[in-house]
Design a protein around this ligand. Sequence first.
Ligand code: FEO
Ligand code: CA
Ligand code: CA
Ligand code: CA
Length: 638
Amino acid sequence: MADTDEHATPPVSPHLQDVLRKRLSRRGMLAGLAAGAAGLALPRFAFGEEGPRERGTPAFAFRDIPFAIQPDHRVAAGHDAKVLIRWGDPVVAGAPPFDPDAVDAAAQAMQFGTSNDFTAYMPLPRGSEASTHGLLCVNHEYVNARFLFPDEQRTGSFRPARIDAEMAAHGHSVLEVLKGEDGWAVVPNSRYNRRITAQTPMHLSGPAAGHRRVRTKDDPAGRTVRGTLCNCAGGSTPWGTVLMAEENFDDYFRCPAGAGADEAVNHMHYGLKPRPPLAWHKAYARFDVTKEPREPNRYGWIVEYDPYDPTSMPVKRTALGRFKHEGATTVVQPDGRLVVYSGDDEKFQYLYRFVSDGRYDPAKRSANRDLLDAGTLYVARFEDSGRVHWLPLVWGTGPLTPRNGFHDTGDVLIETRRAATLLGATPMDRPEDVEVDPSTGKVYVLLTNNVDRTPSQVNRANPRAFNGLGHILEIDPPRWERSEPVERSVPGDHGALRARWDLFLLGGEPSKGRPNNPDNAAFDPQGRLWIATDQGSYQFRRGVSDGLWACDVDGPNRGRARFFFACPAGAELCGPSFTPDGTTLFVAVQHPGQGRGADGKPLTRDNPCTRWPDFQDDMPPRCSVVAITRRDGGPIAG
Ligand code: FEO
Ligand code: CA
Ligand code: CA
Ligand code: CA
Protein backbone atom coordinates (compact mmCIF):
# COMPACT_ATOMS: atom_id res chain seq x y z
CA MET A 1 0.00 0.00 0.00
CA ALA A 2 1.12 3.56 -0.54
CA ASP A 3 3.32 4.70 2.28
CA THR A 4 1.28 5.39 5.36
CA ASP A 5 3.43 8.45 6.01
CA GLU A 6 1.95 9.98 2.89
CA HIS A 7 -0.15 12.54 4.79
CA ALA A 8 2.94 14.04 6.34
CA THR A 9 4.98 14.27 3.15
CA PRO A 10 5.18 17.12 0.67
CA PRO A 11 3.13 17.22 -2.51
CA VAL A 12 4.27 16.97 -6.09
CA SER A 13 6.13 20.22 -6.77
CA PRO A 14 4.50 22.56 -9.32
CA HIS A 15 7.54 22.12 -11.54
CA LEU A 16 7.33 18.32 -11.50
CA GLN A 17 3.60 18.45 -12.09
CA ASP A 18 4.22 20.59 -15.12
CA VAL A 19 6.81 18.18 -16.46
CA LEU A 20 4.48 15.22 -15.96
CA ARG A 21 1.55 17.02 -17.57
CA LYS A 22 3.61 17.79 -20.65
CA ARG A 23 4.62 14.16 -20.89
CA LEU A 24 1.16 12.70 -20.41
CA SER A 25 0.53 12.31 -24.11
CA ARG A 26 1.58 8.99 -25.55
CA ARG A 27 3.64 10.70 -28.22
CA GLY A 28 5.61 12.75 -25.78
CA MET A 29 6.18 9.72 -23.62
CA LEU A 30 7.51 7.58 -26.47
CA ALA A 31 9.88 10.31 -27.59
CA GLY A 32 11.25 10.62 -24.06
CA LEU A 33 11.66 6.88 -23.77
CA ALA A 34 13.62 6.62 -27.02
CA ALA A 35 15.96 9.38 -25.92
CA GLY A 36 16.46 7.71 -22.53
CA ALA A 37 17.29 4.38 -24.13
CA ALA A 38 19.89 5.80 -26.49
CA GLY A 39 23.43 5.08 -25.44
CA LEU A 40 22.41 2.28 -23.08
CA ALA A 41 23.52 -0.57 -25.35
CA LEU A 42 26.04 -2.41 -23.24
CA PRO A 43 28.60 -5.08 -23.70
CA ARG A 44 27.86 -8.15 -21.57
CA PHE A 45 29.13 -7.82 -18.02
CA ALA A 46 29.71 -4.11 -17.83
CA PHE A 47 29.87 -3.37 -14.15
CA GLY A 48 30.89 0.19 -13.57
CA GLU A 49 34.13 1.21 -11.99
CA GLU A 50 34.64 -1.82 -9.73
CA GLY A 51 35.18 -4.18 -12.66
CA PRO A 52 34.03 -7.80 -12.85
CA ARG A 53 33.37 -9.87 -9.74
CA GLU A 54 35.88 -12.25 -8.32
CA ARG A 55 33.56 -14.88 -6.88
CA GLY A 56 30.11 -15.54 -5.54
CA THR A 57 26.87 -14.65 -7.25
CA PRO A 58 27.00 -13.51 -10.87
CA ALA A 59 26.85 -9.75 -11.23
CA PHE A 60 24.45 -7.81 -13.40
CA ALA A 61 24.83 -7.13 -17.11
CA PHE A 62 23.18 -3.73 -17.26
CA ARG A 63 23.66 -0.15 -16.21
CA ASP A 64 21.27 1.96 -14.13
CA ILE A 65 18.32 3.30 -16.02
CA PRO A 66 17.56 7.00 -15.40
CA PHE A 67 15.98 7.70 -12.00
CA ALA A 68 13.71 10.58 -13.03
CA ILE A 69 9.94 10.13 -12.74
CA GLN A 70 8.18 9.63 -16.07
CA PRO A 71 4.62 8.77 -17.13
CA ASP A 72 5.58 5.33 -18.48
CA HIS A 73 7.52 2.41 -17.06
CA ARG A 74 11.09 1.77 -18.22
CA VAL A 75 13.40 -1.22 -18.12
CA ALA A 76 17.13 -1.76 -18.59
CA ALA A 77 18.48 -1.96 -22.14
CA GLY A 78 18.11 -5.29 -23.87
CA HIS A 79 14.87 -6.18 -22.08
CA ASP A 80 11.17 -5.93 -22.88
CA ALA A 81 8.57 -5.05 -20.24
CA LYS A 82 5.02 -5.72 -21.45
CA VAL A 83 1.79 -5.27 -19.56
CA LEU A 84 0.23 -8.69 -18.96
CA ILE A 85 -3.01 -7.83 -17.18
CA ARG A 86 -4.65 -4.63 -15.88
CA TRP A 87 -7.27 -3.84 -13.26
CA GLY A 88 -10.63 -4.77 -14.82
CA ASP A 89 -9.34 -7.22 -17.43
CA PRO A 90 -11.28 -10.50 -17.59
CA VAL A 91 -10.14 -13.35 -15.32
CA VAL A 92 -12.92 -15.94 -15.23
CA ALA A 93 -15.23 -17.08 -18.04
CA GLY A 94 -18.10 -14.67 -18.65
CA ALA A 95 -16.33 -11.59 -17.27
CA PRO A 96 -17.67 -8.44 -18.92
CA PRO A 97 -15.37 -5.84 -20.47
CA PHE A 98 -14.03 -3.22 -18.09
CA ASP A 99 -16.17 -0.11 -17.71
CA PRO A 100 -14.43 2.37 -15.44
CA ASP A 101 -17.65 4.40 -15.08
CA ALA A 102 -19.73 1.47 -13.83
CA VAL A 103 -17.59 -0.60 -11.47
CA ASP A 104 -19.91 -3.12 -9.78
CA ALA A 105 -19.51 -6.22 -7.66
CA ALA A 106 -20.76 -8.75 -10.22
CA ALA A 107 -18.31 -7.61 -12.89
CA GLN A 108 -15.42 -6.96 -10.55
CA ALA A 109 -15.67 -10.44 -9.00
CA MET A 110 -14.88 -11.88 -12.44
CA GLN A 111 -12.25 -9.32 -13.43
CA PHE A 112 -8.71 -8.60 -12.28
CA GLY A 113 -8.94 -6.71 -8.97
CA THR A 114 -7.35 -3.46 -7.88
CA SER A 115 -3.96 -2.67 -6.32
CA ASN A 116 -2.03 -5.73 -7.49
CA ASP A 117 0.70 -6.58 -4.99
CA PHE A 118 2.41 -9.98 -4.43
CA THR A 119 2.86 -12.29 -7.40
CA ALA A 120 3.87 -15.96 -7.39
CA TYR A 121 4.65 -17.89 -10.55
CA MET A 122 3.63 -21.53 -10.02
CA PRO A 123 4.71 -23.85 -12.90
CA LEU A 124 2.34 -26.08 -14.84
CA PRO A 125 2.43 -28.98 -14.38
CA ARG A 126 2.82 -28.64 -10.62
CA GLY A 127 6.27 -29.54 -9.36
CA SER A 128 7.90 -29.02 -12.76
CA GLU A 129 10.43 -26.34 -13.69
CA ALA A 130 8.22 -25.17 -16.59
CA SER A 131 9.10 -21.58 -17.37
CA THR A 132 6.74 -20.89 -20.29
CA HIS A 133 3.50 -22.18 -18.76
CA GLY A 134 2.19 -21.70 -15.27
CA LEU A 135 -0.21 -20.05 -12.88
CA LEU A 136 0.37 -16.46 -11.92
CA CYS A 137 -1.11 -15.82 -8.48
CA VAL A 138 -1.63 -12.15 -7.61
CA ASN A 139 -2.79 -10.33 -4.47
CA HIS A 140 -5.19 -7.38 -4.64
CA GLU A 141 -4.40 -5.29 -1.61
CA TYR A 142 -6.85 -2.38 -1.34
CA VAL A 143 -9.00 0.14 -3.22
CA ASN A 144 -8.68 3.88 -3.75
CA ALA A 145 -12.26 5.18 -3.97
CA ARG A 146 -11.11 8.35 -5.74
CA PHE A 147 -10.28 6.21 -8.72
CA LEU A 148 -13.19 3.72 -8.48
CA PHE A 149 -16.04 6.06 -7.62
CA PRO A 150 -14.91 9.61 -8.43
CA ASP A 151 -18.44 11.05 -8.56
CA GLU A 152 -19.39 9.75 -5.12
CA GLN A 153 -16.10 10.99 -3.74
CA ARG A 154 -16.82 14.43 -5.17
CA THR A 155 -20.40 14.67 -3.94
CA GLY A 156 -20.01 12.78 -0.70
CA SER A 157 -22.91 10.48 -1.65
CA PHE A 158 -22.92 6.83 -0.65
CA ARG A 159 -24.40 3.63 -2.10
CA PRO A 160 -24.22 0.34 -0.17
CA ALA A 161 -23.68 -1.45 -3.51
CA ARG A 162 -20.40 0.37 -3.78
CA ILE A 163 -19.10 -1.56 -0.74
CA ASP A 164 -19.81 -4.84 -2.53
CA ALA A 165 -17.82 -3.62 -5.52
CA GLU A 166 -14.92 -2.66 -3.25
CA MET A 167 -15.05 -6.07 -1.59
CA ALA A 168 -14.99 -7.79 -4.99
CA ALA A 169 -11.95 -5.72 -6.03
CA HIS A 170 -9.96 -7.05 -3.05
CA GLY A 171 -8.38 -10.46 -2.58
CA HIS A 172 -6.50 -12.44 -5.14
CA SER A 173 -6.46 -13.64 -8.77
CA VAL A 174 -5.20 -16.91 -10.21
CA LEU A 175 -4.32 -16.71 -13.91
CA GLU A 176 -3.15 -19.46 -16.22
CA VAL A 177 -0.35 -17.83 -18.22
CA LEU A 178 1.44 -19.06 -21.33
CA LYS A 179 4.47 -17.72 -23.17
CA GLY A 180 4.11 -17.73 -26.96
CA GLU A 181 5.86 -16.03 -29.85
CA ASP A 182 4.44 -12.66 -28.82
CA GLY A 183 5.38 -13.08 -25.20
CA TRP A 184 3.23 -13.89 -22.19
CA ALA A 185 -0.57 -13.92 -22.24
CA VAL A 186 -3.36 -14.94 -19.87
CA VAL A 187 -5.19 -18.07 -21.08
CA PRO A 188 -8.81 -16.93 -21.45
CA ASN A 189 -11.48 -18.92 -19.61
CA SER A 190 -8.93 -21.37 -18.17
CA ARG A 191 -10.35 -23.72 -15.56
CA TYR A 192 -7.61 -22.55 -13.20
CA ASN A 193 -8.57 -18.87 -13.46
CA ARG A 194 -10.08 -17.76 -10.21
CA ARG A 195 -10.96 -14.74 -8.11
CA ILE A 196 -10.80 -14.78 -4.32
CA THR A 197 -12.47 -11.72 -2.73
CA ALA A 198 -13.39 -10.18 0.60
CA GLN A 199 -16.53 -12.35 0.45
CA THR A 200 -14.93 -15.75 -0.30
CA PRO A 201 -15.54 -18.25 2.54
CA MET A 202 -12.39 -19.59 4.15
CA HIS A 203 -11.46 -21.85 7.05
CA LEU A 204 -9.75 -20.81 10.24
CA SER A 205 -7.30 -23.48 11.38
CA GLY A 206 -4.58 -23.94 13.98
CA PRO A 207 -4.65 -23.12 17.70
CA ALA A 208 -6.94 -20.04 17.47
CA ALA A 209 -9.60 -21.75 15.31
CA GLY A 210 -12.82 -22.16 17.26
CA HIS A 211 -11.48 -19.97 20.08
CA ARG A 212 -14.15 -17.98 21.91
CA ARG A 213 -12.49 -14.77 20.73
CA VAL A 214 -13.04 -15.58 17.03
CA ARG A 215 -16.70 -16.63 17.43
CA THR A 216 -19.26 -14.22 16.00
CA LYS A 217 -22.99 -14.04 15.33
CA ASP A 218 -22.45 -15.16 11.73
CA ASP A 219 -20.00 -17.88 12.74
CA PRO A 220 -20.78 -19.18 16.26
CA ALA A 221 -18.25 -22.00 15.81
CA GLY A 222 -15.40 -19.59 15.01
CA ARG A 223 -14.15 -21.69 12.12
CA THR A 224 -15.34 -20.03 8.90
CA VAL A 225 -14.51 -16.46 7.86
CA ARG A 226 -15.94 -14.53 4.96
CA GLY A 227 -13.10 -13.13 2.96
CA THR A 228 -9.56 -11.94 3.21
CA LEU A 229 -8.45 -8.32 3.54
CA CYS A 230 -5.55 -6.17 2.51
CA ASN A 231 -3.40 -8.91 1.00
CA CYS A 232 0.00 -7.34 0.67
CA ALA A 233 2.95 -9.60 -0.09
CA GLY A 234 2.96 -13.36 0.45
CA GLY A 235 4.91 -16.50 -0.32
CA SER A 236 4.68 -20.01 -1.62
CA THR A 237 5.35 -23.39 -0.07
CA PRO A 238 7.52 -26.25 -1.37
CA TRP A 239 4.35 -28.33 -1.81
CA GLY A 240 2.86 -25.86 -4.28
CA THR A 241 0.46 -23.74 -2.26
CA VAL A 242 0.37 -19.94 -2.05
CA LEU A 243 0.43 -17.79 1.10
CA MET A 244 -1.35 -14.43 1.21
CA ALA A 245 -0.45 -11.97 3.98
CA GLU A 246 -3.27 -9.96 5.55
CA GLU A 247 -1.77 -6.56 6.36
CA ASN A 248 -3.67 -3.34 7.23
CA PHE A 249 -6.96 -4.90 8.35
CA ASP A 250 -7.53 -2.02 10.77
CA ASP A 251 -8.62 0.16 7.84
CA TYR A 252 -11.86 -1.84 7.51
CA PHE A 253 -13.35 -1.62 10.99
CA ARG A 254 -15.18 1.18 12.77
CA CYS A 255 -13.94 1.17 16.33
CA PRO A 256 -14.77 4.14 18.57
CA ALA A 257 -12.40 4.56 21.51
CA GLY A 258 -12.95 1.83 24.04
CA ALA A 259 -15.38 -0.13 21.85
CA GLY A 260 -15.33 -3.91 21.98
CA ALA A 261 -15.46 -4.18 25.79
CA ASP A 262 -12.82 -6.76 26.76
CA GLU A 263 -11.25 -6.58 23.28
CA ALA A 264 -10.58 -2.84 23.51
CA VAL A 265 -6.91 -3.14 24.50
CA ASN A 266 -6.36 -5.76 21.83
CA HIS A 267 -7.90 -3.54 19.16
CA MET A 268 -5.81 -0.60 20.30
CA HIS A 269 -2.62 -2.59 19.69
CA TYR A 270 -3.66 -3.07 16.04
CA GLY A 271 -4.60 0.56 15.45
CA LEU A 272 -8.37 0.20 14.95
CA LYS A 273 -9.95 3.63 14.70
CA PRO A 274 -13.24 5.51 15.04
CA ARG A 275 -13.22 6.72 11.43
CA PRO A 276 -11.73 4.06 9.15
CA PRO A 277 -10.81 5.05 5.58
CA LEU A 278 -13.30 2.50 4.23
CA ALA A 279 -17.01 2.62 5.08
CA TRP A 280 -17.77 -1.09 5.02
CA HIS A 281 -19.42 -0.85 8.46
CA LYS A 282 -22.22 1.16 6.82
CA ALA A 283 -23.23 -1.87 4.77
CA TYR A 284 -22.11 -4.76 7.00
CA ALA A 285 -22.52 -4.73 10.79
CA ARG A 286 -19.62 -7.15 11.21
CA PHE A 287 -17.23 -4.32 10.34
CA ASP A 288 -18.61 -2.24 13.23
CA VAL A 289 -16.80 -3.19 16.43
CA THR A 290 -19.65 -1.84 18.56
CA LYS A 291 -21.86 -4.55 17.01
CA GLU A 292 -19.38 -7.38 16.45
CA PRO A 293 -16.39 -6.86 18.77
CA ARG A 294 -14.57 -10.05 17.76
CA GLU A 295 -14.72 -9.79 13.98
CA PRO A 296 -11.32 -8.02 13.75
CA ASN A 297 -9.74 -11.07 15.44
CA ARG A 298 -10.52 -13.04 12.29
CA TYR A 299 -8.14 -10.92 10.17
CA GLY A 300 -4.40 -10.30 10.28
CA TRP A 301 -3.49 -13.91 9.50
CA ILE A 302 -1.54 -15.76 6.82
CA VAL A 303 -3.93 -17.40 4.35
CA GLU A 304 -2.89 -20.57 2.48
CA TYR A 305 -4.64 -21.88 -0.62
CA ASP A 306 -3.98 -24.34 -3.43
CA PRO A 307 -3.87 -22.60 -6.84
CA TYR A 308 -3.86 -25.96 -8.62
CA ASP A 309 -7.33 -26.77 -7.26
CA PRO A 310 -9.73 -23.96 -8.21
CA THR A 311 -12.40 -25.40 -5.92
CA SER A 312 -10.21 -25.47 -2.81
CA MET A 313 -11.16 -23.32 0.15
CA PRO A 314 -8.43 -20.99 1.47
CA VAL A 315 -7.29 -21.52 5.07
CA LYS A 316 -6.22 -18.90 7.62
CA ARG A 317 -3.28 -20.44 9.50
CA THR A 318 -3.47 -19.00 13.00
CA ALA A 319 -0.28 -20.70 14.24
CA LEU A 320 1.70 -18.06 12.31
CA GLY A 321 0.37 -15.27 14.51
CA ARG A 322 -1.87 -12.28 14.02
CA PHE A 323 -0.35 -8.97 13.00
CA LYS A 324 -0.02 -6.77 9.93
CA HIS A 325 1.79 -9.43 7.95
CA GLU A 326 3.76 -8.01 5.07
CA GLY A 327 4.63 -11.40 3.62
CA ALA A 328 5.47 -15.02 4.40
CA THR A 329 8.77 -16.40 3.13
CA THR A 330 9.29 -20.13 3.55
CA VAL A 331 12.46 -22.19 3.80
CA VAL A 332 12.95 -25.89 4.41
CA GLN A 333 15.22 -26.47 7.39
CA PRO A 334 18.04 -29.04 6.97
CA ASP A 335 15.96 -31.40 9.18
CA GLY A 336 12.85 -30.93 7.02
CA ARG A 337 10.92 -28.54 9.26
CA LEU A 338 9.38 -25.55 7.54
CA VAL A 339 10.35 -22.05 8.64
CA VAL A 340 8.23 -19.03 7.68
CA TYR A 341 9.65 -15.51 8.09
CA SER A 342 7.20 -12.60 8.34
CA GLY A 343 7.49 -8.90 9.16
CA ASP A 344 4.83 -6.81 10.92
CA ASP A 345 4.72 -3.69 8.76
CA GLU A 346 4.20 -0.84 11.11
CA LYS A 347 6.56 1.59 12.80
CA PHE A 348 8.11 0.04 15.95
CA GLN A 349 6.70 -3.41 15.22
CA TYR A 350 8.59 -6.69 15.03
CA LEU A 351 10.15 -9.43 12.92
CA TYR A 352 8.79 -12.96 13.38
CA ARG A 353 9.47 -16.50 12.28
CA PHE A 354 7.45 -19.71 12.62
CA VAL A 355 9.07 -23.15 12.87
CA SER A 356 6.81 -26.13 12.17
CA ASP A 357 6.68 -29.15 14.47
CA GLY A 358 6.28 -31.54 11.54
CA ARG A 359 8.63 -32.11 8.62
CA TYR A 360 8.09 -31.42 4.96
CA ASP A 361 7.50 -34.61 2.96
CA PRO A 362 8.54 -34.07 -0.69
CA ALA A 363 7.15 -37.49 -1.66
CA LYS A 364 3.62 -37.06 -0.31
CA ARG A 365 1.92 -33.74 -0.92
CA SER A 366 -1.10 -34.47 1.25
CA ALA A 367 1.18 -35.06 4.26
CA ASN A 368 2.13 -31.36 4.17
CA ARG A 369 -1.42 -30.10 4.06
CA ASP A 370 -1.62 -29.01 7.69
CA LEU A 371 2.08 -28.50 8.39
CA LEU A 372 1.44 -24.81 9.13
CA ASP A 373 -1.05 -25.62 11.91
CA ALA A 374 1.44 -26.75 14.56
CA GLY A 375 4.75 -25.20 15.53
CA THR A 376 6.37 -22.35 17.42
CA LEU A 377 6.19 -18.67 16.65
CA TYR A 378 9.27 -16.59 17.56
CA VAL A 379 9.97 -12.85 17.60
CA ALA A 380 13.36 -11.23 17.10
CA ARG A 381 15.39 -9.28 19.62
CA PHE A 382 18.42 -7.65 17.98
CA GLU A 383 21.40 -6.87 20.18
CA ASP A 384 23.98 -4.21 19.37
CA SER A 385 26.64 -6.91 19.74
CA GLY A 386 25.54 -8.34 16.39
CA ARG A 387 23.55 -11.19 17.86
CA VAL A 388 19.83 -11.77 17.33
CA HIS A 389 17.78 -13.80 19.83
CA TRP A 390 14.64 -15.57 18.65
CA LEU A 391 12.17 -15.43 21.54
CA PRO A 392 9.46 -18.14 21.52
CA LEU A 393 5.86 -17.03 22.02
CA VAL A 394 4.78 -20.01 24.09
CA TRP A 395 1.74 -19.79 26.30
CA GLY A 396 2.39 -20.37 30.01
CA THR A 397 6.04 -19.32 29.82
CA GLY A 398 7.59 -16.02 30.92
CA PRO A 399 5.01 -13.22 30.85
CA LEU A 400 2.56 -15.11 28.59
CA THR A 401 0.32 -16.26 31.44
CA PRO A 402 -3.16 -15.52 32.85
CA ARG A 403 -1.58 -12.77 34.95
CA ASN A 404 -1.23 -10.81 31.71
CA GLY A 405 -4.53 -11.98 30.21
CA PHE A 406 -3.19 -14.94 28.21
CA HIS A 407 -5.32 -17.95 29.12
CA ASP A 408 -4.27 -20.28 26.31
CA THR A 409 -2.26 -20.46 23.09
CA GLY A 410 -5.15 -18.90 21.17
CA ASP A 411 -4.89 -15.75 23.29
CA VAL A 412 -1.16 -15.48 22.54
CA LEU A 413 -1.74 -15.82 18.79
CA ILE A 414 -4.71 -13.43 18.65
CA GLU A 415 -2.71 -10.83 20.58
CA THR A 416 0.66 -11.55 19.02
CA ARG A 417 1.78 -7.91 19.20
CA ARG A 418 1.11 -7.56 22.90
CA ALA A 419 2.78 -10.91 23.62
CA ALA A 420 5.87 -9.95 21.62
CA THR A 421 6.11 -6.61 23.41
CA LEU A 422 6.03 -8.34 26.80
CA LEU A 423 8.85 -10.66 25.67
CA GLY A 424 11.09 -7.69 24.88
CA ALA A 425 11.24 -7.89 21.09
CA THR A 426 13.10 -5.11 19.25
CA PRO A 427 10.80 -2.44 17.75
CA MET A 428 11.89 -2.06 14.13
CA ASP A 429 11.61 0.51 11.34
CA ARG A 430 8.60 -1.11 9.58
CA PRO A 431 9.63 -4.69 8.78
CA GLU A 432 8.40 -5.52 5.29
CA ASP A 433 9.54 -8.36 3.06
CA VAL A 434 12.08 -10.98 4.13
CA GLU A 435 14.01 -13.10 1.65
CA VAL A 436 16.46 -15.95 2.15
CA ASP A 437 19.48 -16.44 -0.11
CA PRO A 438 19.02 -20.04 -1.28
CA SER A 439 22.76 -20.58 -1.73
CA THR A 440 24.04 -19.19 1.60
CA GLY A 441 20.95 -19.30 3.84
CA LYS A 442 21.46 -15.64 4.82
CA VAL A 443 18.23 -13.81 5.59
CA TYR A 444 17.54 -10.29 4.28
CA VAL A 445 15.08 -8.13 6.22
CA LEU A 446 13.75 -5.03 4.47
CA LEU A 447 12.88 -2.08 6.71
CA THR A 448 11.04 0.62 4.81
CA ASN A 449 11.23 3.68 7.06
CA ASN A 450 10.35 5.12 10.45
CA VAL A 451 10.30 8.89 10.62
CA ASP A 452 9.04 8.70 14.21
CA ARG A 453 12.19 7.14 15.65
CA THR A 454 13.84 9.69 17.93
CA PRO A 455 17.60 9.93 18.57
CA SER A 456 17.15 8.26 21.96
CA GLN A 457 15.45 5.28 20.28
CA VAL A 458 18.29 4.55 17.89
CA ASN A 459 20.08 1.20 18.14
CA ARG A 460 22.43 -0.68 15.85
CA ALA A 461 19.64 -2.56 14.06
CA ASN A 462 17.68 0.66 13.57
CA PRO A 463 20.59 3.03 13.30
CA ARG A 464 19.01 6.27 12.13
CA ALA A 465 16.76 8.74 13.88
CA PHE A 466 13.89 10.05 11.74
CA ASN A 467 14.62 7.23 9.30
CA GLY A 468 13.05 8.37 6.04
CA LEU A 469 15.19 6.20 3.77
CA GLY A 470 14.96 2.68 5.16
CA HIS A 471 17.58 -0.06 5.35
CA ILE A 472 18.19 -3.80 5.03
CA LEU A 473 19.55 -6.18 7.67
CA GLU A 474 21.30 -9.47 6.97
CA ILE A 475 20.89 -12.37 9.41
CA ASP A 476 23.42 -15.19 9.20
CA PRO A 477 22.03 -18.32 10.89
CA PRO A 478 24.51 -20.71 12.51
CA ARG A 479 25.78 -23.68 10.51
CA TRP A 480 23.77 -26.88 10.52
CA GLU A 481 25.95 -29.53 12.18
CA ARG A 482 23.57 -32.27 13.27
CA SER A 483 22.73 -34.44 10.27
CA GLU A 484 22.77 -34.66 6.51
CA PRO A 485 20.48 -31.90 5.17
CA VAL A 486 17.27 -33.04 3.46
CA GLU A 487 16.33 -32.42 -0.15
CA ARG A 488 15.42 -28.80 -1.01
CA SER A 489 16.64 -27.45 2.30
CA VAL A 490 18.45 -24.12 2.62
CA PRO A 491 21.86 -23.86 4.36
CA GLY A 492 22.00 -22.77 7.99
CA ASP A 493 19.93 -23.56 11.07
CA HIS A 494 16.84 -21.36 10.74
CA GLY A 495 15.38 -22.81 13.92
CA ALA A 496 18.34 -21.84 16.12
CA LEU A 497 17.61 -19.57 19.07
CA ARG A 498 20.48 -17.26 18.17
CA ALA A 499 22.09 -15.98 14.99
CA ARG A 500 24.49 -13.26 13.88
CA TRP A 501 23.26 -10.19 12.09
CA ASP A 502 24.72 -7.16 10.35
CA LEU A 503 23.62 -4.09 8.47
CA PHE A 504 23.49 -4.87 4.76
CA LEU A 505 22.32 -1.67 3.08
CA LEU A 506 21.33 1.83 4.14
CA GLY A 507 18.95 3.73 1.86
CA GLY A 508 20.59 6.85 0.51
CA GLU A 509 21.86 8.30 -2.71
CA PRO A 510 20.43 6.40 -5.70
CA SER A 511 23.31 7.39 -7.97
CA LYS A 512 25.64 5.65 -5.53
CA GLY A 513 23.65 2.42 -5.70
CA ARG A 514 21.53 3.04 -2.59
CA PRO A 515 17.82 2.40 -3.17
CA ASN A 516 15.45 4.16 -0.77
CA ASN A 517 12.59 2.59 1.16
CA PRO A 518 13.23 -1.09 0.40
CA ASP A 519 9.89 -2.91 0.55
CA ASN A 520 9.52 -6.20 -1.36
CA ALA A 521 12.34 -8.44 -2.55
CA ALA A 522 13.11 -11.64 -4.42
CA PHE A 523 16.09 -13.84 -5.19
CA ASP A 524 16.50 -14.91 -8.80
CA PRO A 525 17.58 -18.46 -9.70
CA GLN A 526 21.19 -17.26 -9.93
CA GLY A 527 21.09 -16.15 -6.29
CA ARG A 528 20.94 -12.39 -6.85
CA LEU A 529 18.83 -10.12 -4.66
CA TRP A 530 16.18 -7.87 -6.24
CA ILE A 531 14.82 -4.98 -4.20
CA ALA A 532 11.50 -3.22 -4.85
CA THR A 533 11.02 0.26 -3.42
CA ASP A 534 8.06 2.17 -1.96
CA GLN A 535 8.95 5.79 -1.22
CA GLY A 536 5.34 6.89 -0.82
CA SER A 537 4.93 10.48 -1.94
CA TYR A 538 8.60 11.08 -1.13
CA GLN A 539 9.14 9.93 -4.70
CA PHE A 540 7.90 13.35 -5.87
CA ARG A 541 10.07 15.34 -3.48
CA ARG A 542 13.13 13.35 -4.48
CA GLY A 543 12.19 13.19 -8.17
CA VAL A 544 13.15 9.51 -8.17
CA SER A 545 10.88 6.75 -9.50
CA ASP A 546 10.02 3.75 -7.43
CA GLY A 547 10.99 0.51 -9.09
CA LEU A 548 13.19 -2.56 -8.95
CA TRP A 549 16.89 -2.67 -8.12
CA ALA A 550 19.32 -5.53 -8.55
CA CYS A 551 21.82 -5.96 -5.73
CA ASP A 552 24.92 -8.05 -5.23
CA VAL A 553 25.01 -9.80 -1.86
CA ASP A 554 28.71 -10.65 -1.90
CA GLY A 555 31.91 -9.89 -3.79
CA PRO A 556 33.33 -6.43 -4.42
CA ASN A 557 29.93 -4.92 -5.21
CA ARG A 558 28.21 -6.27 -2.08
CA GLY A 559 25.35 -4.06 -0.98
CA ARG A 560 25.49 -1.95 -4.11
CA ALA A 561 22.33 -1.89 -6.22
CA ARG A 562 21.51 -0.94 -9.79
CA PHE A 563 18.21 0.46 -11.02
CA PHE A 564 16.63 -2.02 -13.43
CA PHE A 565 12.93 -1.18 -13.75
CA ALA A 566 11.20 2.16 -13.13
CA CYS A 567 7.51 2.45 -12.32
CA PRO A 568 5.32 5.04 -14.00
CA ALA A 569 4.67 8.22 -11.99
CA GLY A 570 3.03 7.77 -8.61
CA ALA A 571 3.39 3.97 -8.50
CA GLU A 572 5.32 1.71 -6.17
CA LEU A 573 6.69 -1.64 -7.24
CA CYS A 574 5.41 -4.86 -5.69
CA GLY A 575 5.65 -8.60 -6.05
CA PRO A 576 8.76 -9.39 -8.09
CA SER A 577 8.80 -13.10 -9.03
CA PHE A 578 10.86 -15.16 -11.47
CA THR A 579 10.19 -18.21 -13.58
CA PRO A 580 12.36 -21.16 -12.49
CA ASP A 581 14.83 -20.59 -15.35
CA GLY A 582 15.13 -16.86 -14.59
CA THR A 583 14.17 -15.76 -18.12
CA THR A 584 10.97 -13.99 -17.04
CA LEU A 585 10.45 -11.57 -14.19
CA PHE A 586 6.90 -10.61 -13.23
CA VAL A 587 6.33 -7.35 -11.34
CA ALA A 588 3.18 -5.66 -10.04
CA VAL A 589 2.87 -1.90 -10.55
CA GLN A 590 0.64 -0.52 -7.79
CA HIS A 591 -1.20 2.83 -7.63
CA PRO A 592 0.11 4.51 -10.83
CA GLY A 593 -1.06 8.10 -11.24
CA GLN A 594 -1.73 8.58 -7.53
CA GLY A 595 -0.19 10.96 -5.03
CA ARG A 596 -0.86 14.56 -3.97
CA GLY A 597 -1.11 17.68 -6.06
CA ALA A 598 0.67 20.98 -5.51
CA ASP A 599 -2.33 22.08 -3.43
CA GLY A 600 -1.69 19.18 -1.05
CA LYS A 601 -4.89 17.40 -2.02
CA PRO A 602 -4.90 13.78 -3.21
CA LEU A 603 -4.82 13.33 -6.96
CA THR A 604 -8.04 11.94 -8.43
CA ARG A 605 -9.16 10.15 -11.55
CA ASP A 606 -9.67 13.55 -13.20
CA ASN A 607 -6.11 14.70 -12.61
CA PRO A 608 -3.80 11.71 -12.17
CA CYS A 609 -0.06 12.18 -12.64
CA THR A 610 -0.14 9.53 -15.39
CA ARG A 611 -2.80 7.53 -17.23
CA TRP A 612 -0.54 4.47 -17.47
CA PRO A 613 -0.82 1.98 -19.08
CA ASP A 614 -3.59 2.94 -21.52
CA PHE A 615 -2.84 6.66 -21.89
CA GLN A 616 -6.44 7.37 -22.87
CA ASP A 617 -8.33 10.36 -21.51
CA ASP A 618 -11.40 8.25 -20.72
CA MET A 619 -9.45 5.55 -18.90
CA PRO A 620 -8.08 5.89 -15.35
CA PRO A 621 -4.57 4.77 -14.56
CA ARG A 622 -4.71 1.03 -13.89
CA CYS A 623 -2.63 -1.13 -11.59
CA SER A 624 -1.12 -3.83 -13.81
CA VAL A 625 1.24 -6.79 -13.81
CA VAL A 626 4.19 -6.50 -16.20
CA ALA A 627 6.15 -9.42 -17.68
CA ILE A 628 9.84 -8.65 -18.26
CA THR A 629 11.97 -10.74 -20.61
CA ARG A 630 15.36 -10.34 -22.23
CA ARG A 631 15.29 -9.75 -25.97
CA ASP A 632 17.74 -12.57 -26.69
CA GLY A 633 15.75 -14.96 -24.49
CA GLY A 634 18.46 -15.28 -21.86
CA PRO A 635 18.15 -14.88 -18.11
CA ILE A 636 17.08 -11.47 -16.82
CA ALA A 637 20.07 -9.15 -16.35
CA GLY A 638 22.58 -11.65 -17.77
FE1 FEO B 1 1.29 -3.36 1.86
FE2 FEO B 1 3.70 -3.13 3.86
O1 FEO B 1 2.93 -2.65 2.30
CA1 CA C 1 4.26 -2.44 -0.75
CA1 CA D 1 5.31 -0.73 1.75
CA1 CA E 1 9.36 -11.50 -1.64
